[in-house]
Design a protein around this ligand. Structure first.
Ligand code: CU
Length: 293
């Protein structure tokens, strides 16, 4: 996650303001969670989404606190959509399939996490029982009115129905936010790789992207995410070919939490690099990507 000085970067959700709770520092808290669903996992795993519209005002997200059972949920992701979700494409219970072929029968499949949007951005990611994150002081992710985040969508990757009780699954997270503008804006930059891992192989995949815009940035947190064949994830800032600074390095078999970065400064033109190392001891190839195991 990267903190930017004037413009945008990080996320959130609000809808049912009757549920909000006042926290210290003039912060409020809002829950977004699955409405007690009963996944049947016909493909052994399912990706389901639910969401809340952001009210038509400027709000400033200051943190995310996950509430999920890792025996059933592999990961949760919070996404900001640039338009309100088109409810004509979604069932009445506000849940929809959002994981390609890993879907549940009897639930609408609008084809994406943000039906009706042209663009979306990741705001938060949780996996393997990790902790949440709270922004540094005077830092937030603006959402709502003057931003391109109009709807918050929670994607939940279910891979078991272990311990599921009659009232269903309520996995989700609490979003803390304030009405007061902060002087620093936070956001997420994410780098992705995908492809097919050959049988009985160890493989490294790299991804690069150049920092755009005009603002200087400061990285304050880092998270590596893979599915089950991932062994090591590392991230770097590259200024010149021979000048690399490590942002973070993590074992994705451990809780995939946001880990602190020692305030690495970045400027437009710098390059971000990520490397993911996978090991496949099996006899068959394994695809990796957005909606894979
Ligand atoms: Cu997952």
């Amino acid at each position: 996650m990267i903190k930017i000085n004037l413009t945008v970067l990080y996320i959130v959700l609000f809808c049912d303001f009757s549920l909000e709770a006042l926290l210290p520092n003039n912060e409020y808290e809002f829950p977004i969670h699955m409405p007690g669903i009963h996944p049947t996992l016909p493909n052994s795993e399912s990706y389901l989404c639910t969401g809340v519209a952001v009210p038509n005002q400027n709000l400033y997200i200051t943190g995310f606190q996950p509430e999920a059972d890792m025996s059933r949920v592999h990961h949760m992701m919070l996404v900001g959509c640039d338009a309100p979700v088109d409810m004509n494409l979604v069932d009445n219970n506000n849940v929809w399939n959002c994981g390609g072929s890993l879907s549940e029968p009897g639930i609408s499949s609008p084809g994406s996490a943000c039906p009706g949007s042209n663009a979306s951005q990741t705001l938060f990611m949780w996996s393997l029982g990790a902790d949440g994150i709270h922004m540094p002081e005077d830092t937030s992710v603006p959402v709502g009115l003057d931003t391109n985040i109009k709807h918050l969508v929670l994607q939940v990757h279910y891979y078991s129905t272990l311990g599921l009780e009659e009232d269903g699954d309520w996995s989700g997270l609490k979003v803390s936010y304030t009405n007061q503008k902060t002087s620093k804006v936070a956001g997420v930059m994410s780098l992705h790789v995908h492809g097919v891992i050959p049988p009985e192989s160890k493989i490294a995949w790299d991804s690069l992207c150049q920092v755009g815009g005009t603002a200087d940035l400061e990285a304050f947190a880092y998270l590596g995410h893979t599915h089950r064949l991932g062994k090591l994830v590392s991230g770097w800032k590259i200024e010149e070919l021979d000048n690399w600074t490590q942002l973070g390095r993590s074992d994705p078999r451990q809780p995939q939490a946001f880990l602190p970065v020692d305030n690495v400064k970045m400027s437009p033109g710098d390059v971000l690099a990520a490397r993911c190392i996978f090991e496949n001891y099996g006899k068959t190839e394994v695809p990796q990507g957005k909606y894979t195991k």
